[in-house]
Design a binder for this molecule. Structure first.
Ligand SMILES: N[C@@H](CCC(=O)N[C@@H](CS)C(=O)NCC(=O)O)C(=O)O
Length: 339
């Protein structure tokens, strides 16, 4: 009797242990769809249109992973989250992966138990004010009321910045970017602070963007990247190498339009061959086939194409590549080699 109970307990225990490190890849393949944790809406990064179709920079990274894993970049369920809920949603298993303007920090890794994929956008925290206020530097913001999203790195950086400069502020906490926008435009806060990319995005949706200035100070480092739960190394590797593949594709001149042609047969650039599957067995190392990267690139294009289409100089958001240019082009984007 005792030993049966014991055996049952052991079985239950090992089932829990197994599910704790369950192969997310198997779950996603069985479901035929990737559950991707995104924001509630930031133009250019992750935004649903009137018919509920999502698009944006973060969204494209979700689609690239879906294309690599289930063979179709459209097979994604987007799970909208606030700054506060995003990590719980990922850790509870409601999402498989997170792409949501999320800064890699030590506590999010070591304490919240998230593994960060390579940085896909190097950002920093900035401030936006109505030009009518006549403020030209963040150091002139003594006594200002500041809209700030809860559950973000922004909250902590803001406190540091004002403390270091010996000035004071009144926080106006908000849950979402939409709420921040309403409060800011309604004059309930003098200033909106968040990642500079988020400010550019938010300002682009205003009726009169010219009436709002983004101040010159960037007060923090915000390396934004995707993340997965701790405990599933294979899934982590998939996310990590899909991001690297999109960055490497740009460096190697592989685009959405020419990828299939370049993949047809091995050419004279071994780096291209390895990435597109005509040389080596890189796909099988991460539990996928040889065309994993090809599918990702065909679904959304290379990193530069993703950037330009969603947030680049020719879009309303009009962000420059800056730090996010390739290392060979004056930036710090540097994909680890596929070899
Ligand atoms: N990068 C910072 C801030 C991220 C953040 O939440 N940014 C806002 C402003 S751009 C956002 O994404 N909001 C989307 C939403 O409200 O759903 C972090 O990881 O804490």
């Amino acid at each position: 009797m005792r030993s049966i109970k014991y055996a049952a307990a052991v079985a239950a225990l090992s089932a829990t242990a197994l599910s704790a490190q369950a192969a997310t890849l198997d779950d996603v393949k069985a479901r035929g769809e990737l559950n991707c944790v995104v924001s509630t809406g930031v133009a250019g990064f992750a935004f649903p249109d009137d018919s509920g179709k999502w698009s944006g920079f973060d969204v494209d990274f979700c689609r690239a992973v879906a294309a690599a894993v289930v063979g179709d970049g459209q097979k994604v369920k987007f799970v909208p989250t606030t700054g506060k809920t995003r990590f719980t949603v990922l850790n509870s298993g409601e999402g498989d992966i997170l792409f949501r303007n999320t800064t890699e920090t030590m506590s999010r890794d070591a304490d919240l138990k998230l593994s960060f994929l390579p940085v896909n956008y190097y950002d920093g925290q900035g401030f936006m004010v109505p030009t009518a206020l006549g403020v030209t530097s963040a150091k002139d913001l003594d006594g200002a009321s500041v809209c700030i999203q809860t559950g973000t790195t922004t909250e902590l950086n803001l406190a540091d910045f004002f403390r270091i400069n010996n000035i004071s502020y009144e926080p106006v906490p908000v849950e979402t970017n939409a709420e921040a926008q309403t409060n800011y435009l309604g004059g309930r806060c003098d200033v909106y602070t968040t990642d500079a990319s988020g400010l550019a995005s938010t300002r682009s949706t205003f009726e009169n963007p010219d009436e709002h200035a983004i101040l010159p100070e960037i007060i923090s480092k915000e390396p934004l990247g995707g993340a997965v739960r701790h405990g599933d190394d294979q899934w982590f590797d998939i996310g990590k190498w899909v991001v690297n593949a999109l960055i490497a594709a740009e460096e190697l001149g592989i685009t959405q339009a020419n990828a299939a042609e370049m993949a047809k047969e091995a050419g004279d650039n071994p780096s291209v061959n390895r990435l597109l599957g005509s040389e080596g067995e890189f796909g099988s190392m991460i539990g996928l086939d040889g065309q994993w990267a090809l599918r990702a690139i065909e679904a959304v294009g290379n990193y530069g194409e993703i950037f330009d289409r969603n947030i680049g100089p020719d879009t309303a958001i009009a962000l420059q590549r800056g730090l996010n240019a390739q290392w060979s082009d004056g930036g710090i984007l540097y994909a680890a080699p596929i070899r």
